[in-house]
Design a protein around this ligand. Structure first.
Ligand SMILES: Nc1ncnc2c1ncn2[C@@H]1O[C@H](COP(=O)(O)OP(=O)(O)O)[C@@H](O)[C@H]1O
Ligand SMILES: [Mg+2]
Length: 357
């Protein structure tokens, strides 16, 4: 097992404008870690992954696999297993021929090829499927063949670019658990790319949240969820509300803010937040940490209901609080809540978190 280190990696495409596709990215992916690049479309995830694979060279910066500086190595020297959104299987070959491909290229003996293909197919729970035609398989099975094909070469790193995007919702959830099981068993250092925050949260040891080519935050799913570094991360992960509130006092990792009703509450803040009385703090409040009720003396907001959405698991109630939309996810919403109703919203101060702009 090896770690993968990106140091100040940037990529500018020749003909594109002056903005970099990937801008000064520094991250270390631990040996055996399942690490995810998460962000909206166009934020630079694929470009980053392709530089790790060797399909693009960085404009500046360095990439290390363990002690090897691989920045300018060709892809075939890097021993990376790749899995893509569109499977990229050879349709005219059988499952076994597809999986054996990388071994053939590496001139592994026929007997070893057969044994390792069987092993890899067993790993992805497709033992006995070797003679099937690719087009006789479901999407989920095809993606598992692609996984087996990547695993069979015993790669030093696994790189997966939105591998579940072409599957329907249920299969996507099954396959993501399957990918994580296979990765745990093989212990391969893995970099996974997705724009789906729930997928990233469910699968990853750690996540790098990206926007506009830059890493906004690196952390465990818990860290990026409960302690988002900035307003972008707060909103992108779990659709958090970001409230602008006047600061009435500040400590090292605490800030007091005043709610519209007049009450002051104390909320968590990162060390070095730099806020002082008189400033305005941005405070992240998760929809599921907001309940109905409360009055002006407590941690509450008041406003008119502007939108109601029933999702089954919860009812999403959007309330207009002095012109700001605040969304609460209520597990037990009272029946018959109507647009225009005036409601109180109770915040959970321990769950609030100060974010940077
Ligand atoms: N080959 C290319 N030539 C020029 N621009 C590119 C190329 N590939 C990607 N880009 C640009 O780089 C940015 C990041 O793209 P990409 O890495 O594909 O994002 P993501 O995978 O996060 O959706 C986008 O603005 C995209 O248009
Ligand atoms: Mg992409």
């Amino acid at each position: 097992m090896i770690d993968v280190r990106l140091t100040a990696v940037s990529k500018r495409f020749a003909k594109s404008s002056d903005s970099a596709a990937v801008d000064d990215v520094t991250v270390t992916i631990g040996a055996g870690e399942f690490f995810t690049l998460l962000g909206p479309s166009g934020c630079g995830k694929t470009t980053t992954l392709r530089m790790v694979a060797g399909f693009y060279f960085p404009t500046s910066g360095h990439i290390h696999f363990g002690d090897d500086d691989v920045t300018h190595w060709t892809p075939n020297k890097r021993d990376t297993g790749m899995v893509f959104q569109n499977y990229a299987l050879f349709p005219h070959m059988t499952v076994a021929q597809n999986v054996a491909y990388g071994l053939k290229v590496r001139r592994v003996s026929r007997a070893d090829q057969a044994r390792r293909v069987e092993e890899a197919l067993a790993q992805v729970h497709l033992a006995g499927y070797g003679d099937r035609r690719i087009d006789a398989l479901s999407g989920g099975q095809q993606q598992r063949v692609a996984l087996a094909r990547a695993l069979v070469i015993r790669p030093r790193t696994m790189l997966l670019d939105e591998p579940l995007s072409n599957l329907d919702a249920k299969l996507r959830e099954e396959t993501r658990a399957e990918i994580r099981r296979i990765q745990r068993e093989s212990g391969t250092t893995s970099i996974y790319v997705t724009h789906d925050q729930a997928e990233a949260m469910a699968m990853s040891d750690r996540i790098a949240v990206m926007e506009s080519g830059r890493v906004q935050q690196v952390g465990t799913p818990h860290e990026v969820y409960y302690q988002p570094a900035n307003a972008f991360v707060a909103r992108f992960i779990g659709r958090s509300n970001v409230l602008s509130l006047p600061v009435t006092g500040a400590g090292e990792q605490r800030v007091q803010v005043r709610l519209p009703g007049g009450a002051s509450i104390e909320v968590g803040a990162p060390a070095g937040h730099g806020l002082a009385e008189g400033d305005t703090a941005l405070v992240s409040a998760r929809p599921e940490h907001i309940a109905l009720g409360g009055d002006d003396d407590t941690a509450s907001l008041r406003g008119r209901v502007s939108h109601v959405e029933f999702t089954g698991m919860a009812t999403h109630v959007t309330v207009d609080v002095d012109g700001d939309e605040v969304m609460a996810a209520l597990v037990d919403a009272p029946a018959g809540m109507a647009l225009g109703d005036v409601v109180g919203l109770r915040l959970v101060p321990e769950r609030l978190w100060v974010v940077k702009p």
